[in-house]
Design a binder for this molecule. Structure first.
Ligand code: NDP
Length: 335
C-alpha cells in the first residue's frame, strides 16, 4: 500500500511517500489479548490538517513513535472486522484518538484502528465530502456547538471567526452563516474578501488589529467568537466580547500562550470554552457529524476544497506551514 511515512533516526526527521506491505500495519492484538477488537479500513480519502502539516514537516512535536504513517483522519470502507460494531462494507469516518500521532494514520491506502474510534459515515456524505470537512470541519462544528451550549443565538449579535481563510475558520463561517448568524471574518489575507463573503461572512477585519498586546477590556462587540489563533488574538477577542458572551478556543496558529487578564471573565461574565476534537467523547462526535449533515451547505464545501493526491501531501504540508494556503485539502489516497 502507498503511505506517507514519518521516520526519525540517525538520518534525521523525514516524511516519505512510499510503498509498504500491508502486513507492516501494527495490530492491536497481543499474545495475552489475541481477541482484541480491531477494524481494517480501505481508506478512500484523507485530508491535510494543520496538525498533519506539523507532523510531516517536523515543525511541531506531534509524532510520538517512529516509524509512523501520518494522517489524523480518514474516511473509507471496512474491509476486515472482528468487532460486532462494524461489518465489512460499512462506510466509516475517523478523527483523532491520537491516530497519526501515536497510532498509524489515514494518509495511506489502508488503516487498522480500534472500532470505538470509528463513527458511521452519515448517509448524507460521501467519503470525499466527509474528508473535505475533515478534522478541521468537525472541530468547527464542535466550536459552534460550544457557543450554542453557552446560549449564543443569532439574535445576540455578531460572531467573530479568526484564522478565517483556514480549514476550521472557513468551515465555521459556512456553518454559522447557514444557521443565520452575522459572521465577521478576521484574516491576514484581506485580498480574500470575496472568498470569505461567498462562504457567508458579512464583513472582514484585518488580523493585525488583534495580533499585538491589547487592553484588559475593550469596546464590547462580539456576542460570540471562534478562535483558532490563541496568544494576543485570543486575549483581544475575550476583551472585546460582550457581557455574557462566549468564546470557543480550539487553536494555536498564532501561539500557545494566552497573555490575557481575567477582566472579561470576572467583569463581563464572558465564558472561554475550550474545544478538543482528539479525545472528544463518542456521543458528542456523533452529534457533531449529524449536525454537519444538516447545517453545512455542501455547495460551499466544494468552493473551499482543494483536491490533491497522496503523492502531493508532503509538498502541501510545507505550504501549510508558511500560512499561504486557504480552505480545506482533500487527499485522494489512490493518486
Ligand atoms: P489552517 O492552517 O488551515 O488555518 C489557520 C489559519 O490561521 C490560517 O489560514 C491563517 O488564516 C491564520 N493564521 C496562521 N498563522 C497565523 C498567525 N501567526 N497569526 C494569526 N493568524 C494566523 O489550520 P486549521 O484551520 O486546520 O487549524 C487552525 C488551528 O486549530 C491550528 O492551531 C490547529 O492546530 C487547531 N486545531 C485544533 C483542534 C482541536 O482539537 N483543538 C482540531 C483542529 C485544529 P488567515 O490568513 O485567514 O488569518
Amino acid at each position: 500500500m502507498k503511505a506517507v511515512v514519518i521516520n526519525k533516526d540517525d538520518n534525521g526527521y523525514r516524511a516519505e511517500y512510499k510503498d509498504l506491505p500491508e502486513s507492516d500495519i501494527p495490530s492491536f492484538k497481543t499474545d495475552d489479548k489475541p481477541d482484541t477488537e480491531e477494524v481494517l479500513v480501505d481508506v478512500a480519502h484523507s485530508t491535510l490538517n494543520y496538525k498533519d502539516a506539523l507532523a510531516i514537516t517536523g515543525k511541531g512535536p506531534v509524532v510520538r513513535t517512529f516509524p509512523l504513517v501520518a494522517g489524523i483522519d480518514f474516511a473509507g470502507t471496512v474491509s476486515e472486522s472482528n468487532s460486532g460494531k462494524f461489518k465489512v462494507g460499512d462506510k466509516v469516518v475517523l478523527n483523532g484518538w491520537s491516530v497519526g500521532e501515536k497510532y498509524w494514520g489515514g494518509l495511506a491506502e489502508k488503516a487498522r484502528v480500534k472500532p470505538q474510534w470509528l463513527v458511521k459515515l452519515p448517509d448524507e456524505f460521501s467519503t470525499e465530502q466527509a474528508m473535505a470537512i475533515g478534522t478541521a470541519g468537525y472541530t468547527a462544528m464542535l466550536c459552534v456547538m460550544a457557543l450554542e451550549k453557552q446560549g449564543v443565538t443569532p439574535e445576540d449579535g455578531e460572531i467573530l471567526v479568526t484564522g478565517a481563510t483556514g480549514g476550521v475558520g472557513s468551515v465555521a463561517i459556512s456553518i454559522l452563516s447557514k444557521l443565520g448568524y452575522d459572521v465577521v471574518a478576521m484574516t491576514g489575507k484581506m485580498s480574500d474578501e470575496p472568498f470569505l463573503k461567498e462562504l457567508g461572512a458579512t464583513s472582514i477585519i484585518d488580523r493585525a488589529e488583534y495580533s499585538g498586546p491589547g487592553r484588559p477590556l475593550a469596546k464590547e462587540r462580539w456576542a460570540g467568537a471562534i478562535d483558532v489563533v490563541g496568544s494576543h488574538t485570543l486575549a483581544n477577542v475575550c476583551a472585546s466580547t460582550k457581557y455574557g458572551g462566549a468564546v470557543a478556543a480550539c487553536g494555536l496558529a498564532g501561539g500557545m500562550d494566552l497573555p490575557a487578564s481575567v477582566a472579561p471573565f470576572i467583569l463581563r461574565g464572558v465564558i472561554l470554552a475550550g474545544v478538543d476534537s482528539v479525545m472528544c467523547p463518542q456521543p458528542t462526535r456523533e452529534a457533531a457529524w449529524q449536525r454537519l449533515s444538516q447545517d453545512l451547505d455542501v455547495g460551499k464545501l466544494a468552493k473551499l476544497t482543494t483536491n490533491i493526491g497522496l503523492s502531493e501531501a508532503i509538498e502541501y504540508a510545507n505550504k501549510f506551514m508558511d500560512g499561504t494556503v486557504k480552505g480545506r485539502f482533500l487527499v485522494d489516497v489512490s493518486k
